[in-house]
Design a protein around this ligand. Structure first.
Ligand code: FAD
Length: 491
């Protein structure tokens, strides 16, 4: 058929993966077409994920912080919440960032095509134009021919099949739309996304229940970190239902009536409960089966993931994939780094630049952060993993109850812990393998531990690095000193 446009690199999807790949490829001198079905760039992260959730979490954290000041003699009284204004504040934050992306695309001469992309051959993508704020199709179709393609089509929230189609049942996108504040809210799934949204709604006035199939909230993080968060947040919850499955839901005049079952045989199931709002946060599923990948010969797993090598190359040599669609962890910072690798590998091939052509994803670790209050952040090996894998570690733990800054802030519930290699081969000078922080601003600090792991630092390197006093970041240096014993002044 006729070709309407051609390019060196086609990028499918305008999220953090897609726009980062497009911008890097353009910076490296390639002709780039970026296809996105929505009106704005930024994908899930900017429009309905990382950014709007953090705009709301910031507001919630300030509200909670202010309420802590009562004991310091400052009382602002009960908050007056204007949900409409809060929503438009959040939308303004998004608008500023998506507007910035559009400008950056123009500056780099990246052609942005608005529409739903579908592979129709190994070098051709059909784009069906979309319009409005959503993805309404106009029927107008174009075909783009490409030399290389980068698939960055992302993921979407999982929907439980038995959930009624009702405005009182939402996923994270619906929760971020912030229509109103419910009295009783059920968070279905005790992961980061559900607990972040729960934090916002509960600070705004909702009572929370959470139901989780496994035996703990915030899976992936060490239990000692989560325990601190859970103790501080207990007042937000009426029921924390662990080891519990959600098995049915019914829309009634009073609310959404949800029924539960024990996840394990012999367990006790909670009674059915009725909620004003149910947030489904049971995970995200990749969009791999919706992009016509088979027409390009790209292999997609049953669940919709696309397998890639260290250069982000799929089974088809000239087609790459990045971000949520290639697997866990589904995080924006992972997508961005993968994007740069794919764009560089392609530029290396097309421009004959051997150094660029060797670009590969070789991050040792990818940090995770729950932007709850307090925040929970971890990176690299966890204590639970060390135990399970039989890896001998030396732990340095610094409780914030001994941090001047944390006490001054009135938030000394947290701690910082570092894990060092304590295998016989390490000879007592083991490198850092992982770390975790629970406390205010934990997410802003975890990057230092990630850097230490990437650089192969040991406890002396970290402990002897002068951190400014009094800061929360100091706790990282202190934790390292705890691990090596503060009297080992001779390196
Ligand atoms: P996406 O952001 O999903 O972008 C894919 C894009 O492709 C979308 O814009 C989509 O419209 C488009 N697309 C898909 N198919 C087609 C098609 N056929 N044609 C045209 N366009 C198409 N991560 C963090 O790191 N930190 C956080 O704090 C964080 N918070 C989150 C909070 C929430 C509520 C949610 C839901 C997610 C959060 N995430 C967070 C995860 C983060 O949003 C994702 O990891 C990230 O957006 C993945 O980027 P991506 O480029 O792979 O895909």
């Amino acid at each position: 058929g006729a070709v309407d446009a051609d390019c060196e690199v086609l990028v499918l999807g305008g999220g953090p993966g897609g726009y980062s790949a497009a911008f890097r490829a353009a910076d490296l001198g390639l002709k780039v077409v970026l296809v996105e079905r929505y009106a704005t760039l930024g994908g899930v992260c900017l429009n309905v994920g990382c950014i709007p959730s953090k705009a709301l979490l910031h507001v919630a954290a300030v509200m909670d912080e202010v309420s802590h000041l009562k004991s310091a003699g400052i009382d602002f009284g009960a908050p007056q919440v204007n949900v409409d204004q809060l929503r438009s504040h959040k939308d303004k934050v998004i608008g500023r960032l998506t507007g910035g992306l559009a400008q950056m695309a123009r500056m780099r001469k990246v052609t942005v095509l608005r529409g739903v992309g579908l592979f129709v051959g190994s070098h051709h993508l059909q784009v069906e134009e979309t319009t409005g704020g959503g993805q309404d199709r106009t029927g107008a179709k174009k075909v783009v021919q490409f030399q290389r393609a980068i698939i960055a089509a992302g993921s979407q929230a999982v929907r439980l099949p038995f959930m009624p189609d009702d405005p009182r049942v939402v996923d994270s996108t619906g929760a971020l739309a912030l229509k109103e504040v419910p009295k009783r809210m059920l968070i279905l799934g005790g992961g980061i996304i559900g607990l972040e949204m729960g934090t916002v709604y509960s600070t705004l006035g909702a009572r929370l229940d959470v139901v989780e199939m496994l035996d703990g909230l915030m899976q992936g993080a060490d239990r000692d970190l989560v325990k601190v968060w859970q103790k501080m947040n207990a007042p937000r919850f009426d029921n924390i239902m662990l080891n519990t499955k959600t098995v049915g839901a019914e829309a009634t005049a009073e609310g959404i009536k949800v029924s539960f079952a024990a996840a394990q045989e012999g367990g006790k199931a909670p009674e059915p409960q009725t909620y004003d709002l149910v947030l489904q946060a049971v995970g995200r599923t990749p969009n791999g089966r919706k992009i016509g990948a088979e027409a390009a010969g790209v292999a997609v797993s049953e669940r919709g993931f696309i397998d890639v090598d260290v250069q982000m190359r799929t089974n088809v040599a000239h087609i790459f994939a990045i971000g949520d669609i290639v697997g866990q962890p589904m995080l924006a910072h992972k997508a961005v780094h993968e994007a740069h690798v794919a764009a560089e590998a392609i530029a290396g091939e097309l421009k004959g630049d051997e150094k660029l052509a060797r670009s590969a994803f070789d991050a040792r670790v990818i940090p995770s952060v729950a932007y709850t209050d307090p925040e929970v952040a971890w990176v690299g090996l966890t204590e639970d993993q060390a135990k399970a894998q039989g890896i001998k570690v030396k732990k340095g733990l610094f409780p914030w109850a001994a941090s001047g800054r944390a006490i001054a802030n009135g938030r000394d519930e947290g701690f910082t812990k570092l894990l060092f290699d304590d295998s016989p081969e390490a000879g007592g000078h083991g490198r850092i393998l992982g770390g975790g922080i629970v406390g205010t601003h934990a997410g802003d600090m975890i990057g230092e531990i990630a850097l230490a792991i990437e650089m192969g630092a040991d406890s002396v390197d970290i402990g002897k690095t002068i951190h400014p006093h009094p800061t929360l970041g100091e706790s990282i240096g202190m934790a390292a000193e705890v691990a090596h014993g503060s009297c080992t002044d001779v390196p």
